[in-house]
Design a protein around this ligand. Sequence first.
Ligand code: SF4
Length: 351
Amino acid sequence: MVNRRDFLKICAAIGTAATIELYSADIRDIFTQAIEAHAQGDNVRLIWLAGAQDTGCTVSLLQGSDPDLIDVITKFRLQLDFHQTLMIPEGEAAIKKLEDIVNDKSRVDVLIMEGAIPEGYFCTVGEIDGQPVPIEDWVKQIGGRAKYNIAVGQCAAYGGIPAAKPNPTNCRSLSEVLPDKTVINIPGCPPNPDWMTLAFAQALQGLPIELDEVGRPAAIFKETVHEGCPLLGYYEEGIFAKTLDGPGCLYKLGCKGPLARADCTVRRWNQGLNSCTTAGGCKACVEKGWPDEPFAPFYEEAAEIPPSAALGINPILIAGAATGAAAVGAVAYAEHRRRKHKKEAKKEASA
Ligand code: SF4
């Protein structure tokens, strides 16, 4: 059986679909270990709550093809006890699933949150004794009992569009509502289905997942979208597109690929067909603080690099590129690459 370190290396090196295909027995063992840890039942019990959102994350997960959602649920013996879009029970029968957990009549292993969490009665789910129940209350009660808390999508991970300024409903992320719990963030608007599947598999290893400084699995959200972009050659040559259908790099038309860390351009979307940089430009929807500045306006050059981006890019040079000189952009990237290679060479020499 592969150990955790090897598993993460494999996940980082190849796509999730391939990982699951090649190592399905090992991943199944991982899930089995988690199941055995629970004396009360055989399945991993999941609650999927939805707050301020548009169901895009669920739709994205349903688009996963290898494995698809049915594969994930059946192969890994997941029991989806509550999902307002996918579940068969409705009305009181549906809400009873949540009440049973809150009343300790049923257990929950994993809480998956989709959407931001507004304050109080701005968002309610079901009723108890004729009183609407704020989603915030369900999240605190159920998330407090769950072994794993996973935020899927930009809104659950960081607040996203519902929390954009001025945020009149005080929308918050899952980690803001559960400050004492470890939350695994799978951002994106929506997230790639592979990211979600991989996170579910990793979460149930029963071991801590390596997260970056904003709570994302480090193996997926490591390199910038820019670094794997098929239009990078144009950027390096200082050739910038005048229209969204090119030819040229889309940086001056608002692409925020240099600000975004995710493997979109390498893993790709729609069964490997494309990603945002070949369909109008990256909007950096995986980053904390999106969609406010510096990620907005969407169709204008980035005015500044957020300190949290920590991309290893010289911000002064990139700011120079943003003011209009294409050649400076190329210099900025050359500088970034020079630093990166220097760092790698240093690492190799000390190994
Ligand atoms: Fe690709 Fe955007 Fe980077 Fe240009 S700025 S190379 S379009 S990621």
